[in-house]
Write a protein that binds this ligand. Structure first.
Ligand SMILES: Nc1ncnc2c1ncn2[C@@H]1O[C@H](COP(=O)(O)OP(=O)(O)OP(=O)(O)O)[C@@H](O)[C@H]1O
Ligand SMILES: [Mg+2]
Length: 469
């Protein structure tokens, strides 16, 4: 449908007009869909996502202004042109006030129609060109996978370039999703150890009791369950870089040993008296305020000061909104390639929605929202609707689609889901190759919610014959 070119929907009870409009719009490369009345059209608009609708003002059942209002509700960005045999200035003004692009009198003036359709086409082309430009700028301003053209990010790239060859210890701070890990990797790539290993420890994921052995290793028999001697991450990373992610979660008990390892390169396996020397560059990252953690007794200040020899702070996305269009373009392009869909950009209204959001989850959240919006969208250009829907899904862990359909527990099975939503679910399932866990993740809902929705859609529950799904 939409993916092949712009789509025009014509609605008129006179078949002659429909035929004329159809022939004419085809010459301008529009896909044309015709309807001889307004009933059933709104559901179709939801599905078809036309770029422009031509609608007759006077039809037997519903009049054109009502259709216009309804279209604006469903898809505020769709261009609507009204046609009438009885021109009246009042209805024309009313129509334009309601958001119509323009008003044509019958018999149709094809020059004016061409003018209007060309405006629509130009608008689409401009948006696509903008994305193209932003994606190119994003590529040019990319710094080892990190995109940013804001002054804050440019300064940061500059610091990394200058410092990376010299720094041994580094603390990267910033809210969740701001790109701390990307920056850690950039440091590694630009430093003298790019050939060495880059090992990551996620400090929030290690069980307290195993921390010491994880980092420093243990001797066989050092504790119950230590059946083999184990080499710790510090020794593994010798000559390379150890990335301590979420270092604020590190148990207090391990901190003195870590301080010694960072300061002198001395490590000791659990259960061994022997001290080994390693040459490891330590990059730590945290979304917590370690100074405050220190004051509260949850983090040793001496370790904090040692890690903090150099601190790189990543500003939250809401403080560098000028990066949003670039990131958007890059992420849409990435998804288009991955999904093999001709997605080319976002509409102006969608861009505004993205600009105005607070992004508590920062770039990760933006990336996820765009991934979902790309999955939800049928059109070439992501609209405000898909973007807002994708944002809601992200913010309501409890149940995205519930929210999207504005009904928590619809009384009638199946009815509450629009065909567009059925389409979305089917599309996401296809994208996830039928894997329900993956589909639920993409939709931002729990597996159980997904099953509930599949149930409503009349999809068969997966039986034991489909293990792993
Ligand atoms: N400036 C950027 N340009 C492109 N992608 C980015 C940028 N910043 C972050 N990302 C992407 O956002 C996601 C989160 O980044 P990253 O894992 O580095 O964040 P983080 O600060 O480590 O988050 P957390 O504190 O939650 O671990 C990743 O997919 C990363 O590729
Ligand atoms: Mg991280």
């Amino acid at each position: 449908m939409n993916s092949l070119g712009p789509t025009l929907l014509a609605i008129d009870d006179e078949p002659g007009i429909l035929a004329l409009v159809e022939r004419f719009a085809r010459t301008l490369q529009f896909n044309v869909v015709c309807h001889d009345g307004a009933s059933g059209v709104l559901a179709e608009i939801d599905e078809l996502r036309p770029d422009v609708v031509l609608v007759d003002l006077q039809m037997p059942e519903i009049n054109g202004l009502e259709v216009l209002r309804a279209i604006r509700d469903v898809d505020p960005e769709c261009a609507v042109v009204l046609m009438t045999a009885h021109a009246s200035v009042d209805t024309a003004i009313e129509a334009v006030k309601l958001g119509a692009l323009d008003y044509l009198t019958k018999p149709l003036d094809f020059d004016r129609l061409r003018g209007l359709l060309t405006t629509v086409l130009k608008g689409i082309e401009r948006r696509e060109a903008l994305l193209e430009i932003d994606a190119d700028v994003a590529r040019r301003f990319e710094f080892h996978g990190t995109i940013g053209r804001s002054a804050a990010m440019q300064d940061l790239f500059d610091s990394i370039r200058r410092l990376a060859p010299h720094v041994r210890t580094l603390l990267i701070t910033g809210e969740t999703g701001t790109g701390k890990e990307l920056v850690a990797r950039a440091f590694q790539q630009l430093g003298p150890r790019r050939q060495g290993r880059f090992l990551t420890v996620n400090c929030s994921a290690v069980v307290d009791a195993l921390f010491e052995s994880e980092l420093f290793g243990h001797q066989r028999g050092a504790f119950t369950g230590a059946t083999e001697t184990k080499v710790g991450l510090f020794e593994h990373a010798d000559g390379g870089t150890l990335f301590l992610d979420e270092v604020g979660e590190l148990p207090l008990s391990v901190q003195p040993k870590l301080l010694r390892a960072v300061e002198y390169g001395d490590v000791q396996r659990v259960g061994s008296l022997e001290t080994r020397h390693v040459d490891v560059r330590v990059i730590a990252a945290t979304s917590r305020d370690l100074r405050a953690e220190g004051a509260a007794g949850r983090f040793r200040s001496d370790l904090y000061f040692r890690l903090n020899v150099l601190e790189i702070h990543l500003p939250p996305l809401r403080d560098r909104r000028e990066d949003i269009p670039l990131l958007t373009a890059a992420f849409v392009r990435e998804n288009a390639a991955r999904l093999q869909r001709p997605l080319t950009g976002v509409t102006t209204a969608a861009e505004r929605a993205l600009q105005e959001s607070q992004w508590p989850g920062n770039i990760r959240e933006l990336r996820n929202v765009l991934e979902r919006a790309c999955l939800l969208s049928e059109a070439r250009i992501l609209g405000e609707r898909e973007v807002r829907q994708a944002m809601r899904i992200g913010s309501s862990a409890a149940g995205a689609l519930e929210h999207a359909s504005a009904a928590t527990e619809p009384p009638t099975v199946g009815d509450s889901l629009s065909s567009a939503q059925r389409g979305q679910i089917d599309r996401v399932l296809r994208q996830a190759r039928g894997n329900k866990t993956e589909a639920a993740r993409l939709l931002g809902i729990s597996r159980r919610s997904l099953y509930r929705w599949l149930d409503r859609l009349g999809h068969a529950e997966p039986k034991a014959s489909q293990p792993g799904h």
